[in-house]
Design a protein around this ligand. Sequence first.
Ligand SMILES: [Zn+2]
Length: 455
Amino acid sequence: MNEEMDLIIKNGTIITASESYKADIAVKNGKIAMISENVNVKGERVVDAAGKLVLPGAIDTHVHFELPVGETVSADNYESGTRAAACGGTTMIIDFATQEKGMGLVETVHDRFKHIEPKACVDYSFHIAITDLTDKILDEFKTSAEFGIPSFKLYMVYENMMVDDGAIADALERSKETGVLIAVHAENPYLISRRIKKLLSQGKTSAWYHYESRPEFVEVDAVRRMVYLAKSLKAPLYIVHLASREGLDEIIKARDEGLEIYAETCPHYLNFTNEVYKREDGRNFICSPAIKGEDSRKALWEGLRRGYISTVATDHCPFKSYEKDWGKDDFTKTPNGCMGVENMYPYMLSEANKGQISFNKVVEVCSENVAKIFGCSPQKGTIAVGSDADIVIYDPKKKFIISKENMHSEVDYTIWENCEMTGYPIMTFSRGRLVYEEGSFRGEPGWGRFVKCYR
Ligand SMILES: [Zn+2]
């Protein structure tokens, strides 16, 4: 090959889900063109990655950008959200397009395209959150899958979004025939609403009672029922943001039986415990499911190590301080959601650096498994010839302390304030284009493209 390459990354250690090895990478037209011990061609840009790790960019399969919630909208729009993603080594995001009642599935996504297309700084796709599961919508499963969106989320909680178990069963049944994947937010809404009523009537209004209103068993009960439904209907199932040990036990049992059941967890469940709700800024941690106790936190790590938890994603859905403050005197008035899109990959890699888990495992759960489960592998999720050049260069020696000043989202605080990272990404490339370098965003809105997914 005499042709000049667009980018050459030399002397780095490549990490995929299954391997770690030293090699050079050459990129042409946004794709990885060559991987070899010594790439001997010219490159427009040559990066020396000696002493650095070279990883596929993360894929955050759970973000809520520009999500209308009550009278407000989640704080990061498609531009600031994907900018923050790029700066945290995440080169693709999968957002949720929420169906307005009566709206079709593909129609729902088209509506979101208008918002995301001019703003996206990294590649993207959508899951559709179905709020109104009619026969017409069931008939549209196949059309949506053919269009490139084969995953739908159903909420068991939240007014205006929640569907009943009957609808979930119908969706599971139809998913099996059409190859789509049903994802469920699993919590029992009836337990929550009665507990909230009781707590408020007793004057228990601080952030801690957010946890008390949604303790472990509120999630476990729902996970158990969903796993049972999926098993009975022989359909695959994806549980989003699993937070509890006993919920994980249900997943373990199901996977040991050979069922196609996936669980996702989030960095905030891996790093924090319900103790955060006792803090002065406890309401900033209000998200659902609530962050659980230390026993659950430890179990989630074990679940990742052993392969029972398939993915890590952020559920990035932050609100500004003044909005979180609405719940100062009543935790139910604080909008639910935390930030993480810029923190997930650095945090997980830092934990690998400290020996909690392997680097390969981090690539597996933050990137490769996501691409495989949602249908964009091997275009995304790995470093291989022919794959998109979504690449992160990681300096395992770099120290980084997270603060709101060095983050790139629109939010005026971070729950990750003062968390110390051992190692940090120093460059992110999206299809071969530099989008982040040493603390600075280098990308541009409108660069990111829609990635069609086929399961
Ligand atoms: Zn979510």
